[in-house]
Design a protein around this ligand. Structure first.
Ligand code: ZN
Length: 329
């Protein structure tokens, strides 16, 4: 990510607010970048650091050619500090060590940047120490505290920072990206509903996992509906061996959920929004045969199973119970 325009494609509001603040030289001392993987938090933090340090900015964009820009990009800038948990937490000693380091050597410039990963793991004393640091009068400082969930951070920290919530990528954007990478559309449409993280989505295509996973769930869904006596065998011989363990079973449940949501979409006339885009005929058939009441109970059964998947119940048993509920209707 080299320009604010790049960030605008996915995080429009944040890109505009930050650009504006850079242009007016009115950046906050500390930002919290909140968001999941793949939302561009890290890249945005680097871009912001470069824009902050660069002395040859073009508008709000860093020049990317000066030594500040280049060293920030390669992770070697002496005034850009990366802080991450040492063990389970970020400790006050880590912040104290930084202070000591500063007092030992002369600064390159008056500007300092702190990039804090997993900032919710900062102890209260570490956070206070860092924030005090930022408010010191000499020089300028910028801190970006990154976290998956700002609610896990101490209110005293949040009140002294500006929180930016990075939105997950929309399924449409993930699909576009996957298609541009050469992945087939029907699998891309499914993968984009399992994760909004681009790397994780691409990983689902390894060894044709997503293609096989879809095929197995489609078979199970059709057996449940049309060949109930085969469904149990399909579950044990086809589905369970492919989805071993809780994480995998959770994926299977997501795929089953997507199937019934598609049936629902067919019932309410939203066939253009279905995820199993190559299964429209089968979905239409099920939409016709399943009453709204039964479809609602099926969706509920899948949700209940999803809730229990990390509880102390064997995945095998969980899936058998689900199958029973789906067939009772
Ligand atoms: Zn520059």
């Amino acid at each position: 990510m080299n320009h604010w325009q790049d960030l605008e494609k996915t995080q429009r509001t944040i890109a505009r607010v930050l650009q504006n603040s850079v242009m007016r030289e009115r950046l906050a001392h500390a930002y919290v970048f909140e968001g999941g993987r793949g939302t561009g938090r890290q890249e945005a933090a680097l871009l912001l650091s470069q824009a902050f340090l660069c002395s040859h900015r073009d508008g709000a964009d860093p020049c990317r050619a000066c030594s500040d820009c280049r060293r920030a990009a390669s992770g070697n800038h002496p005034d850009v500090h990366r802080i991450e948990p040492d063990g389970a937490s970020i400790k006050v000693d880590q912040i104290r060590a930084l202070k000591k380091e500063f007092s030992m050597r002369g600064m390159e410039t008056q500007k300092k940047v702190y990039l804090v990963r997993e900032a919710d793991k900062m102890s209260a004393s570490a956070a206070n120490s860092l924030l005090k640091f930022l408010e010191e009068p000499e020089g300028e400082a910028l801190a970006v505290l990154m976290t998956v969930n700002a609610h896990q951070m101490l209110p005293t920290i949040l009140s002294r920072t500006q929180v930016m919530s990075f939105q997950p990528l929309s399924p449409e954007r993930v699909i576009r990206h996957l298609k541009a990478e050469g992945y087939p559309e029907k699998e891309a449409a499914t993968a984009a509903r399992l994760t909004s993280d681009l790397e994780e989505a691409a990983a689902l295509f390894e060894e044709e996992w997503i293609s096989q996973a879809r095929a197995k769930v489609i078979q199970l869904m059709n057996d449940v509906m049309h060949r109930p006596s085969d469904a149990y065998i399909t579950l044990h011989e086809t589905v369970m061996p492919f989805f071993p363990g809780r994480e995998q079973v959770e994926r299977a449940l997501d795929l089953i959920m997507l199937w019934y949501r598609d049936v629902l979409r067919m019932q309410v006339g939203q066939s253009e929004a279905i995820v199993y885009i190559d299964q429209e005929d089968r979905l239409a058939e099920q939409a016709f045969q399943l009453s709204q009441g039964r479809l609602g109970r099926n969706l509920q059964a899948v949700m209940d199973a999803k809730r229990r998947v990390h509880a102390n119940v064997a995945p095998q048993l969980l899936m058998e119970q689900l199958l029973l509920r789906l067939q009772e209707g």
